[in-house]
Design a protein around this ligand. Structure first.
Ligand SMILES: Nc1ncnc2c1ncn2[C@@H]1O[C@H](COP(=O)(O)OP(=O)(O)O)[C@@H](O)[C@H]1O
Ligand SMILES: [Mg+2]
Length: 245
């Protein structure tokens, strides 16, 4: 469904993403992990049209979408969420979601109705008339999810929707993500919470210092010395092997 090949992005002298490739099959939940600053968000931004890649190509549903505007990519069914959520604080939850719904439902009433259906899917059905500013962090994360879902994507890119949540809130949002997939939307998610990635994704890509260093099933990756090193620092794999062996 999505094939990103050789994506590269420089910010001045900084090589944020270097020759990174990702493949997502239709119907999957795929994870993208890596330490802070690895380039995960930048990779999402290139896929979704927010940054033009310096090199590489993005193919979505068989069509080259490299360099298209985010609105056009969204219209084709690929949407991303933002790590830093910024809802319109003065608008209600329903109105915020309706902004996303406008893409497929140009009339105000239809957009608001579509927004209500999406709110139910993410567990915000009881908070429709609340100002977005009154939501908890967990509520804001759900709202960000809902705004993206309201564009009726076939592929959604989730950027750390669990960051800042407590273990209970994380446990509550996992079935929401599973429900999104069950509803026919393919998911690519950036996540720091390892336990969540393990329980959600069948396939995981690992980015470190802009490069894709590993790819595979989560159970295999946690035993991959390169992955352990990336997370815990140089020599960690050997130290762990020593400690356990
Ligand atoms: N718009 C930007 N301008 C300059 N540097 C950026 C910009 N966005 C990200 N970076 C830098 O690129 C690197 C990768 O950032 P990012 O993609 O946000 O990583 P991650 O999401 O994996 O934490 C970091 O060093 C970050 O400081
Ligand atoms: Mg990020």
């Amino acid at each position: 469904m999505l094939v990103a090949e050789g994506l590269t992005k420089r910010f001045g002298g900084l090589l944020a993403v270097s020759d990174a490739s990702v493949t997502v099959a239709k119907g999957a939940i795929v994870g993208l992990i890596g330490p802070n600053g690895a380039g995960k968000t930048t990779l999402f931004a290139m896929i979704a049209g927010f940054h033009r890649p310096d090199a590489g190509r993005v193919t979505f549903q068989g069509e080259d979408i490299t360099g298209l505007a985010p609105e056009e990519i969204c219209r084709r069914g690929l949407v991303r969420t933002f790590q830093l959520v910024q809802p319109f604080a003065g608008l209600t939850v329903r109105e915020n979601i309706a902004i996303g719904a406008h893409l497929r439902h140009p009339g105000r009433t239809a957009a608001l109705e579509a927004a209500e259906r999406v709110a139910e899917r993410v567990g915000l059905g009881a908070e429709l008339t609340k100002p977005a500013a009154d939501l908890t962090i967990a509520g804001r994360k759900r709202l960000e999810l809902a705004r993206a879902l309201a564009t009726e994507p076939t592929l959604i890119l989730l950027d750390e929707v669990m960051a800042g949540l407590n273990p209970t809130e994380i446990a509550e949002i996992i079935p929401v993500v599973q429900g999104i997939r069950a509803g026919g939307v393919t998911v690519l998610l950036i996540e720091h919470v390892m336990q969540a990635v393990m329980s959600l994704a069948e396939d995981v890509f690992v980015l470190n210092q802009g490069r894709m260093i590993a790819h595979g099933a989560p159970a295999d990756l946690v035993r991959d010395p390169q992955v352990i090193e990336a997370y815990l620092g140089h020599g960690a794999a050997e130290r762990l092997a020593g400690a356990h062996g």
